[in-house]
Design a protein around this ligand. Structure first.
Ligand code: MF3
Ligand code: CO
Length: 251
């Protein structure tokens, strides 16, 4: 499938989808506290998304049962909200959420620290965010897709972390997952040339220990095989002639 180039009108809709998701993430982040269940986060996420007259795009996606993925500590991605899973002081909590605004999708993830977190885990969370920003330095017209992958890997590898390989970033637009796939680890080929109007979800998933992951018996939750913490950071971005526009942060 060819990678879609969004028109000016589509870009406006993507911007609004992104802005509303940034607002949702801000509220979700503020709501986090020890003692709450991960299901409470999902209830809030769905209420916020529908309150903006948007649709939760994760809900029922390939049978996924919630509006947000809540992945705690060694959980990498796709943690299913549950009233039995209680957030504790010292946890890191990855919230991955998305919505549809007038037919256009946005997708973003943040890893939050609840209270005091071990220093090496705090560094993992911060560097996971930083490697996203290193990657998107390459996200401009004329560069190639894998310049982004290589920049993420080159930056994050200096810390000895494990870069998750089984899951990758992706194009996004009228569907949650469009071409191309965007790995977070170095590639031999340079990949396609980036063009203005491409909208991409860049999402490094970084493990404190080894890169290997496993899927739990719920068939969704992806965990670090060695049980060490994992962080996730994702934004939907727009390729322009110059600097990329990050659609899922508040300006
Ligand atoms: N945010 C995820 C991604 O980027 C999508 C979650 S899949 C779902 O691919 F099933 F949980 F929705
Ligand atoms: Co995504």
């Amino acid at each position: 499938m060819a990678v879609s180039i969004k028109s000016a009108r589509e870009i406006e809709l993507m911007r609004e989808a992104g802005r509303l998701l940034a607002l949702v993430h801000e509220e979700l982040g503020k709501s986090l506290r020890p003692g709450m269940s991960t299901l409470e986060i999902d209830i809030l996420a769905e209420r916020l998304i529908r309150g903006y007259d948007c649709i939760p795009n994760f809900l029922h996606y390939n049978g996924y049962p919630a509006s947000v993925c809540v992945s705690v500590n060694e959980e990498v991605i796709h943690g299913i909200p549950s009233k039995k899973r209680i957030i504790q002081e010292g946890d890191i909590v990855s919230l991955d959420c998305g919505l549809i605004y007038k037919g256009y999708h946005s997708d973003a993830a943040r890893t939050h620290m609840v209270g005091q977190v071990a220093p090496e885990v705090k560094k993992l969370v911060e560097e996971t965010r930083n490697c996203f920003y290193e990657g998107i330095k390459m996200a401009k017209a004329g560069k190639h897709l894998h310049d982004i992958s290589n920049a993420i890997d080159a930056y994050i590898s200096q810390f000895g972390y494990g870069v998750v390989r089984e899951f990758v970033g992706h194009g996004i637009g009228t569907k949650l997952h469009e071409d191309p796939q965007i790995p977070n680890y170095a590639q031999e080929r340079r990949g396609m040339k980036l063009r203005p109007g491409m909208t991409l979800a860049i999402e490094p998933m970084i493990n404190l220990g080894r890169a290997d992951v496993e899927i739990l018996d719920d068939d969704w939750t992806v965990v670090a095989a060695d049980g060490l913490p994992s962080a996730h950071y994702e934004n939907t971005i727009l390729i322009t002639e110059g600097e990329p526009e990050i659609l899922t942060v508040l300006k």
